[in-house]
Design a protein around this ligand. Structure first.
Ligand code: DAH
Length: 337
């Protein structure tokens, strides 16, 4: 009887070791421990044995039963763990595609606008982002009491320098260096002490252009900027010039284009007017010419300045300027290579 028990034990343990699926293990359990199982059969037959023998065989049979049960539980756990690991490695899952760097929408649209103007004879120049009070304000005829000069609006640096609040100082630097005729465009970063929100960012980009020669007229200004608006926004827009005020131009105006969101019918973006402002412009103020040593009786010119982010937002109906600076590739990837 005992040898029979040991044989059962050995066979059971070796088939458990060899088992490679949960189903197989289940079969083994039934085969040895089930109601009609091998070991169960032995235990049942114990009753017919002599008392002395019964004690020994019963004890051994119970120990072997425990041992087989433990081996089965261990095997089941091992097979379950393996199953989970196999599920972890899903070979049908596509690999992660690495993000590929692209030009930023500000770079793309900045270049697009530069191209529009270089095609009509403008040259591109750059100016410093750290400026002096003279170039940023004084030479542009911006008076001492002008709110833009306030400490709350401008980032002042040590030694009386500041971060330029607009690209207009480039006008002064170029005119100081060169003589008319001049057709110049400049694009770059500007800084203002604004708290970031949907339409304000402490860093933003402007494009500045100016044309100075003998007999430059307001009519040429209108022609040039209308041409630009059609090139950038498309032929289907309408434009209008509205009188405005800038210290460095006289007369001054703002260019409006029909709202791209509602096509001029009136909506939240255009505040119901059907038009949105896209740039400031005007005829260069005689005082500015005096400051750079040009004779205002001899030369006239027009100038214009526009916010690049604002132009892109209007063209592509983007409602939050912060998207340009958050580096979310899902946003940035939409503008081309
Ligand atoms: N500098 C102006 C600003 O930051 C924009 C501007 C308006 C530039 C009229 C110009 C101009 O050259 O003629 O708001």
């Amino acid at each position: 009887m005992l040898t029979n028990l040991h044989k059962i034990r050995q066979n059971a343990l070796s088939s458990i070791t060899e088992a490679s699926s949960l189903q197989e293990v289940k079969k083994i359990r039934i085969f040895y421990l089930g109601r009609k199982g091998k070991l169960t059969g032995v235990l049942r037959g114990i009753g017919s044995l002599k008392q002395e023998e019964r004690r020994i065989v019963g004890k051994t049979a119970n120990e072997i039963k425990k041992e087989i049960e433990n081996a089965i539980s261990a095997k089941e756990k091992e097979l379950k763990d393996k199953d989970i690991k196999r599920e972890d490695i899903d070979i049908t899952l596509p690999g992660r595609i690495p993000w590929i760097g692209r030009r930023h929408p500000i770079t793309i649209c900045g270049q697009e606008i530069c191209n529009i103007f270089t095609q009509i004879g403008y040259s591109i120049v750059e100016g410093p982002e750290i400026e002096t009070d003279y170039y940023n304000f004084e030479a542009l005829n911006i008076p001492m009491y002008h709110p833009a000069r306030d400490i709350h609006d401008t980032f002042y640096l040590e030694g009386g320098r500041l971060l330029r609040t607009h690209t207009s100082p480039v006008q002064i630097r170029v005119m100081e260096r060169e003589k008319p005729p001049l057709k110049v465009l400049s694009c770059g970063k500007c800084y203002r002490r604004d708290s970031p929100d949907a339409t304000h960012s402490p860093v933003f980009h402007q494009l500045e252009g100016f044309y100075v020669d003998r007999n430059v007229t307001f009519r040429q200004l209108k022609g040039t900027l209308t041409y630009f608006a059609y090139q950038f926004f498309g032929k289907n827009i309408r434009t209008k010039f509205v009188p405005s005020y800038f210290p460095f131009t006289e007369p001054s105006a703002e260019l409006y284009v029909s709202c791209s969101v509602c096509k001029g019918r009136g909506c939240r973006v255009c505040k119901g007017t059907g038009f949105v402002e896209v740039l400031g412009c005007g005829m260069v103020h005689p005082e500015v010419f005096n400051n750079v040593g040009y004779n205002p009786k001899e030369y006239t010119g027009f100038a214009f300045g526009m916010g690049l982010e604002r132009l892109i937002m209007l063209k592509y109906r983007i409602d939050d300027i912060r998207l340009f600076y958050e580096n979310d590739m899902r946003f940035l990837n939409q503008f081309g290579p």
